[in-house]
Every structure is written in C-alpha cells, then in structure tokens.
Design a protein around this ligand. Structure first.
Ligand code: NAG
Ligand code: NAG
Ligand code: NAG
Length: 443
C-alpha cells in the first residue's frame, strides 16, 4: 500500500470521486491510415491515407501541434493497417516494408514531436483479409513479428502506446487472449519494457459487453516479469442507437455502461483507456457526449483517459468531425463539439491547459483538397454484434506533461470493491469504410 501513488490511496479511501480530478490522457484520433479498412480485416492500400502534408494529405502534424499547444491534448491515436505496413493487401507477411513503415514513422514522429503520447493502432479487427489471427488466418507468430518490429522501432520512446489491434469481434476469445499474451511478451522482450499496451476484447471492445466478454481473461495477461504494469483494458463505445457512430442522434450518455465497467475495474484493481468514442454535433450529442466525458473524468481512478474520434484526414463535414479549422492567419480553431464536450469536461474536472498557451501556427499547410467525408461507402456487414469502426480515435493527454506512464498513477491499479454487473448490451458494427471515397480521391 505504501508504494501506491497518492491518487490510488485516495481512490482506495473512496475519496477520489469527490476530489477534483481529470483523466490523465485527453486524446484525439488522427484518422486516415485506416480508411478503407473493413471489419473483416481487409484494408486496401489504395485508400490508406496517413494525414500528413509531407505525404500529400491533410495537415495532421499541424492539427496535432494545435491540439497540444492550444488545448492541452496529450495523446493521439494513429491508425494504420497491417497491409500498409507490409505494403501488400493481397498476401500477408511478417516483414515491414521499409518505405511504408518509414511513412508511418514520419507520422508517429510528427506526433512525438508535439510531446504527446502516440498510440500505434493496427486497425485490423484481429484479422488480415478475412482470416482471424491465430484462428485460421495468419499465425500468431506472424502477428507477433509485426509487433516486435514496431516495438524495436519505438523501444526508446516512452510515449509510444501499443494498441494490439482495433476492435476484435466474432472470434474465440480464449484463443485471442493467448495471441495477445504472445504480443505483449514480444513487445516487452523487444525492449519496449515500460510503455502502455492496450488489451482489446471481442465485440469491438464495446463497453456494453466488455466485462462479460473477455475482460477477465485479458486481465490475466502479464509482462514477462509477471507484473501487469502498463497493461490496460482497451475500451470503445459510441452513443448512437446501434453503437456504430454512424448516426447523428445520440441515444445514450453511456453512463450506465461505463459505470458497470468502472465497478468492474475497481473490483479487479485495474484500469482501462477509452481509445475510441465519438459523437456528432447534433443537440442530443452535445448533451450526451458532454455528460459521458464528464463521467469519465469523474472516474479517473479507473479510466486513465479517452480518445475522441476523429480528426486527421476527415474534413468538417464528417458526422463525427473534430477536425480543427485552419484560419487565414495560420492558426487552427476547434469546433464546438470538441471545445464543449471533449475539452471542457476535462478542464472542468481539473485538467490543465498547456502552460504557455500560444496559438499554434502551422508550418505546413495541406494543399490536398481531398476530403474524407461522411460518405460512408457502405455499412459494415452486419455481424451479430459489432461496434466497430474503421475509424479510430485516440485521446489522451497527460495532465502535467511528459511523465512516462509507468512512473505515475497511470500504472497503479485503483483499489475498490464494487461488484460488476454484467451488461447484455450488444454493440453494433459501426463504421466503416469511410474511406473508400476519400482514398480514391487521393491516389
Ligand atoms: C449499455 O448500453 C446499451 C446500449 O446503449 C444499453 O442497451 C444497455 O442497457 C446499457 N447497459 C447498462 C447497464 O446501462
Ligand atoms: C488567427 O485568427 C483566429 C480566427 O480569427 C483568431 O481567433 C486568432 O486569435 C488569430 N491568431 C493570431 C495569432 O493572430
Ligand atoms: C447503424 O445505423 C446506421 C443508420 O441507420 C446504418 O446505416 C448502419 O448500417 C447501422 N449499422 C449497423 C452495424 O447495423
């Protein structure tokens, strides 16, 4: 007990919820690299669109700098795909393609240069072209090899976060947990010994079902030294009627679902990160999304952060857009949804704005006019229960700056004793392929 951080002690004493506190990580997803990814794990090369001016796409670098410098965002989720990393969308391989891995690294470096935490997201739904990893598709060894290669690239970057995959679904959860254990061991043994790793459950990581759908087994995964340090439950949730993030109206503030997850994590003495959630700018969402994020901040003993979906390659017409607007003078301004429902709940809970609050000026502007629009090429195949997204988001932000996650309460489980109630909610495939259109326009 004595080694626990003060915040964990407060949580143990039941004081945390009443204390002024905000999540550690306030994040935004920089979407684009996932464009075209379907929930069957196919991710066409032709639509992958890393939002980087240097690659001819949107000014993701300028957006991230703005979010950090002007808003205090401290985490970004950076979707890419297995196919992109190996530069082959036909045949699987366990070897990174130097050119495409280099492009992804440019994107990661643009993120790291802001001082934020940067989440690597292999946006493949635990699959490659309809084959489930370790379950008829690519072998565990191949998938592990990809992560080992990435871990070697970023072994020295304490602010890189490993998200094993985006939204597994319709698979054998026990086998998937074995796969994840091998990935964790591979990442750690490759030298990335302290970084955060997010453990994704089945049913698209849906908060509605996660406590009864794999969390128990996922939370048994350990580091090579037997500890749980840096291992967090990966949680996703939208607020529309089919948890797809495709509808403009919000029908829930998710407090019911998140309170089940919060109680569960307290009981388990573990923590989770909501690496994807999002809403539109409709009136219902301006209410529900604000309420949800206020709740997440109030329960920061178990929720270390939330990453909102999405900015990056999306333009302002995308239904869930959080993309800031470039002003003629070179600075970016946020939309109301971001200011009011992503940022404000964090600030009100005690999250901090950057110390030197300077208007960021973009050094490079995108000349690309391509838009990843709200045009969803097609709905995801309606799997039994899917809450997926071809989009991803990330959030984050370390209040306080640049500590490594392992050095603070981020790695400290918050003790508590509430029982978890099972949730029966079924997530639904959301998302999708926002990108076929956008990507096609870009290439
Ligand atoms: C979780 O969310 C789903 C879908 O929004 C809802 O049907 C269900 O009642 C919620 N569960 C709880 C415990 O609130
Ligand atoms: C740039 O323009 C925006 C919008 O008019 C304004 O809010 C901002 O203060 C300006 N920034 C600078 C550095 O002039
Ligand atoms: C969710 O609802 C939207 C809008 O009605 C629909 O287009 C989409 O196909 C639905 N998604 C799923 C997975 O049912």
């Amino acid at each position: 007990m004595s080694s626990l951080p003060f915040s964990a002690l407060l949580a143990y004493l039941g004081l945390f919820a009443t204390a002024q506190a905000a999540v550690q990580f306030l994040g935004v997803a920089m979407a684009g690299g996932d464009f075209g990814c379907d929930i069957d794990g196919s991710c066409p090369l032709s639509t992958a669109t890393l939002p980087l001016t240097e690659l001819g796409h949107a000014d993701g670098g300028g957006q991230m700098k703005h979010f950090v410098d002007d808003d205090g965002v401290n985490m970004f989720r950076l979707p890419t795909s297995w196919q992109f990393l190996i530069n082959n969308d036909k045949e699987v391989s366990d070897t990174l393609d130097p050119t495409n891995a280099g492009r992804y690294d440019q994107f990661v470096q643009a993120c790291l240069s802001t001082g934020a935490y940067c989440m690597l997201d292999v946006h493949n739904f635990a699959r490659f072209n309809n084959g489930i990893v370790g379950q008829g598709g690519p072998s565990d060894d191949m998938f592990v090899a990809i992560w080992v290669a990435l871990a070697k690239m970023y072994a020295k970057d304490s602010r890189v976060v490993f998200e094993i995959t985006n939204e597994p679904h319709d698979l054998d959860i026990d086998l998937w947990v074995q796969t994840c254990q091998k990935v964790v061991t591979g990442i750690r043994n490759a030298g990335a010994t302290t970084q955060m790793i997010l453990l994704p459950a089945s049913n698209f990581d849906s908060a509605a079902t996660i406590t009864t759908n794999g969390a128990d087994a996922l939370l048994e995964i350990t580091n090579p030294d037997g500890s749980f340090d840096g291992l967090y439950l990966d949680i996703h949730k939208y607020l529309d009627n089919n948890n797809s993030g495709q509808n403009e109206e919000c029908t829930t503030n998710n407090i019911g679902n998140f309170s089940v997850v919060a109680d569960y994590l307290r009981q388990k003495k573990r923590q989770g990160l909501i690496s994807e959630t999002g809403a539109s700018s409709s009136a219902s969402c301006m209410t529900d999304f604000c309420e949800q994020n206020t709740y997440l901040n109030a329960n920061d003993d178990v929720f270390i952060g939330y990453v909102a979906w999405a900015a990056g390659q999306f333009d302002s017409t995308y239904v869930l857009s959080l993309t800031p607007t470039l002003q003629p003078n070179g600075s970016y301004t946020d939309n109301q949804l971001f200011s009011q429902c992503v940022l404000e709940p964090y600030l009100k809970a005690g999250g901090s704005l950057p110390t030197q609050h300077t208007s960021s000026t973009t050094t490079s502007r995108s000349t690309s006019t391509a838009k990843a629009t709200k045009t969803q090429a097609q709905p995801s195949p309606s799997v039994s229960a899917a809450a997926d997204s071809s989009s991803s988001s990330n959030k984050g932000g370390l209040k306080g700056g640049s500590n490594t996650p392992s050095s603070s309460s981020a790695s400290a489980p918050a003790p508590s004793s509430t029982n978890a109630a099972p949730s029966q909610a079924i997530g639904i495939a959301r998302n999708v392929i926002v990108a076929a259109v956008a990507g096609a326009a870009l290439f």
